[in-house]
Write a protein that binds this ligand. Structure first.
Ligand SMILES: Cc1cc2nc3c(=O)[nH]c(=O)nc-3n(C[C@H](O)[C@H](O)[C@H](O)COP(=O)(O)OP(=O)(O)OC[C@H]3O[C@@H](n4cnc5c(N)ncnc54)[C@H](O)[C@@H]3O)c2cc1C
Length: 442
């Protein structure tokens, strides 16, 4: 019963998360709980991609940082996502609202474009063991009628400055190891990553540069005191000139203005036990992450030979691994007939929580002078959170908030929040049905 609630809220323990099993345990560092009173230039709340990237980039600029995480590093969406370092998935376009951002969205677009390269550079520079493979992403189709759609996608993304390659049937087969597809649209930048290990790597790099990182230290309140902010946990407190709440959809009542500032979504991911190298190596030899037109899911095979499949659970079924496992098994067997004799056993199933805005754009909320809350880098969170941490560190360091890719805003209260996840879930089931009817799984 308790697990059921945890699955439905995207909070099931990290021990259920496949990325934790696939990570190199030696690269995962543990941190103490906060005890006693500290002071810092900046208190960062939340040890996900955004909080750890911010802490790292602040330390690179010589700013004093304390990072407080309620659970372990990566407990939120950052440790549980699908591991696609991408600028888009199946048929996606940049949100239309981008044009209303500073400089007509040029700065934001620049972050999107350079996101994969920035992740790549950090992984290399800090030697982060997160199985990052810059192998790109392919949107696949098994229907010749979809080829004009892929061509249109290529024109669109290239007009945004992101190089794409249209693959014919032979090139798609060479990249995927499957003869099932008639075409694919490949983005060369980006790739696959163990985001749990990457988030830990960012935290370790920040700590290595002098950030003081504390886990199991949930912030219980943030109060103004003598022109500074007092950030309290059960074990201690931090007095800081600036607070940045990077709590995303896992926000608690400690930051009351943020608890209703987004629509919460609950996607899930299933992973299979590693396939023997003799089998796995022939599947997706390009290493690209995959999506398929008509199949509302994201698939990747990581370097350990595990397959991962991310989608949105059916309404009220977030705690059930079996529908996800069945969908992945069906997709794999149709795509790679050579898997027929393989057991394809589930290793892990988990869910996570995303913070969504109506226009699909992230926000940097200005809660009070010296108290910011960036949220909603979803879908593209691995690159966007890394990038927002970097540009926010620069803005804080130089006191130049006018140079950010989004304007500082006041948090809005989103109505009827309880309807969002079921509505998305119904929509995704509809997409899956339409895809089946149109023969996406033939
Ligand atoms: C299932 C799933 C699949 C996804 N797939 C992809 C993908 O393939 N590619 C991609 O780019 N993006 C993907 N995303 C989105 C991406 O994971 C997120 O955008 C990103 O991880 C958000 O990072 P964050 O640091 O903002 O928030 P989180 O990682 O959610 O971190 C917030 C942290 O704040 C902590 N916290 C909350 N309250 C407190 C408090 N009071 N005190 C201290 N700490 C607190 C939480 O414990 C949590 O660790 C996916 C998300 C999910 C859930």
């Amino acid at each position: 019963m308790r697990d059921r609630r945890l699955y439905r809220t995207g909070c099931i323990g990290l021990e259920h998360v496949g990325w934790v099993r696939a990570a190199d345990a030696a690269a995962i560092r543990r941190y103490p709980r906060l005890q006693g009173a500290l002071s810092a230039d900046v208190a960062v709340i939340g040890g996900g991609l955004l909080g750890t990237s911010l802490a790292l980039h602040l330390r690179e600029r010589g700013v004093g940082v304390v990072l407080l995480e309620a659970g372990d590093i990566g407990f939120g969406a950052s440790g549980r996502n699908a591991g696609h370092v991408a600028t888009h998935v199946e048929g996606m376009r940049l949100p239309a609202g981008i044009r209303r951002l500073p400089e007509g969205g040029a700065r934001y677009l620049d972050l999107v474009r350079s996101g994969p390269a920035v992740v790549d550079e950090l992984v290399r520079r800090f030697g982060i063991a997160c199985n990052y493979t810059p192998s790109g992403h392919i949107v696949l189709t098994n229907r010749t009628g979809d080829i004009p759609h892929l061509e249109e996608g290529q024109r669109y993304w290239e007009s945004q400055g992101i190089a794409m390659e249209l693959l014919d049937a032979a090139a798609t087969e060479a990249a995927t190891g499957s003869s099932r597809f008639v075409a694919g649209l490949r983005q060369r930048s980006g790739g696959r990553i163990n985001s749990y290990a990457y988030t830990h790597g960012l935290a370790a790099a920040a700590a290595g540069l002098g950030a003081r990182v504390f886990t199991h230290s949930a912030v219980t309140g943030v109060q103004r005191r003598d022109n500074r902010w007092s950030v309290s946990t059960d074990g201690g407190s931090v007095l800081a000139g600036q607070v940045v709440a990077c709590t995303n959809a896992y926000v608690t009542e400690a930051i009351p203005r943020m608890t209703r500032a987004f629509y919460p979504g609950i996607p899930g991911v299933v992973s299979f036990k590693p396939l023997p190298a003799s089998v796995a190596d022939a599947l997706v030899p390009s290493g690209a992450t995959l999506s398929q037109l008509g199949v509302p899911a994201a698939v990747q095979k990581d370097v350990t030979g595990r397959f991962y499949f991310a989608s949105i659970p059916a309404p009220g079924r977030a705690d059930r691994a079996e529908p996800f496992a069945r969908a992945l098994r069906n997709w794999l067997r149709k795509t790679f007939p050579r898997l027929d004799g393989e057991a394809l056993e589930v290793e892990a199933y988990w869910t996570g929580r995303t913070a969504n805005t109506l226009d699909g754009l992230p926000r940097i909320h200005d809660i009070a002078p010296g108290f910011l809350a960036p949220i909603a880098c979803n879908g593209l969170g691995i690159t966007t959170c890394t990038q927002f941490g970097r540009v926010l560190a620069e803005a804080i360091h130089r006191d130049r908030y006018d140079e950010l890719p989004t304007r500082l805003t006041a948090p809005a209260r989103y109505p009827l929040r309880f309807l969002y996840d079921p509505a998305v879930s119904v929509m995704v089931q509809g997409m899956a049905l339409r895809g089946r009817l149109r023969g996406a799984l033939d």
